[in-house]
Ligand binder design. Structure first.
Ligand code: ZN
Length: 263
């Protein structure tokens, strides 16, 4: 830790804030989460212990909303985490804090196997307060969004629909369609016959195949419009199913549709 006397005023304010949070000491004690399940559990304990102090500090220092992020290890004992979280959030249960607090799940879109990602989401989401927004960071495909919603997640953000579009990967109700493939060179069908985007209404797979293969910017634009329209419609369907209590039936229907393939 740098001696306070050598810090400029702005850095000192940051240092004071970190010290007030107890952050400095706990970071130095925090173990490497890649070493073992025991270390991961200890790191998780450090994080959870920090939550209440952080929420209160931020809520008192600003009128902005605060998103608490649970992030890091994927080898923790869910039962112990639940106990920690319940105890910690209980301490932060004042109305003025809860009114401006949401909860995020992070660190589950960084290359781990999908089944591991789904296990962590399914374990974490139900532990977070039901009456506050639950946000899954950096996820994901349409099916990953569906899995998150089934576990109780409310919010998402991800570059996937637009980045995939720029690389010619188009989401459809029958799965991912890779429009660069030669099989679509003369295909007269729309990308998705249930989609209302400008690409699907007016153009064929063959047309967008040509645009994307020749790196015409119009191809990236149309593909982006399609993927964004697809995501909006997909989420609208999920919201309706949640309202009607038919999410499980819709998930089964989506899985069956995907099993047939995109072409
Ligand atoms: Zn479309």
């Amino acid at each position: 830790m740098t001696p306070s006397s050598t810090l400029p005023a702005s850095a000192q304010r940051v240092q004071d804030a970190l010290t007030a949070l107890g952050f400095d000491n706990e970071v130095r004690e925090m173990p490497d989460t890649t070493r073992s399940a025991a270390d991961a559990a200890k790191a998780c304990g450090c994080t959870v212990a920090q939550i209440a102090k952080s929420i209160v500090f931020r809520a008192e220092a600003s009128d902005r909303a605060v998103l608490v992020i649970t992030s890091g290890a994927n080898r923790v004992d869910e039962t112990k985490v639940a106990a920690h979280l319940g105890e910690t959030l209980g301490k932060a249960d004042a109305d003025f804090v809860r009114a401006r607090t949401g909860f995020a799940i992070g660190g589950v879109s960084v290359g781990e196997p999908l089944e591991e990602m789904h296990r962590v989401i399914a374990a974490c989401a139900p532990l977070l307060p039901e009456d506050r927004p639950r946000y899954l960071m950096g996820v994901g495909t349409d099916l990953e969004l569906l899995a998150g919603i089934a576990s109780g997640v409310d919010l998402f953000d991800c570059v996937m629909p637009t980045r995939h579009a720029r690389h010619g990967a188009l989401f459809t109700r029958r799965g991912l369609l890779k429009i660069k493939n030669a099989r679509y060179r003369d295909d007269p069908r729309p990308v998705d016959d249930r989609c209302s985007c400008p690409l699907c209404v007016r153009q064929s797979r063959a047309f967008v195949h040509h645009l994307v293969r020749t790196k015409e910017i119009t191809g990236a634009v149309l593909a982006t419009l399609h993927n964004l329209r697809y995501y909006l419609d997909f989420m609208a369907d999920l919201r309706e199913a949640l309202t009607l209590g038919t999410l499980t039936a819709l998930a089964d229907q989506i899985a069956a549709s995907y099993a047939g393939g995109a072409a």
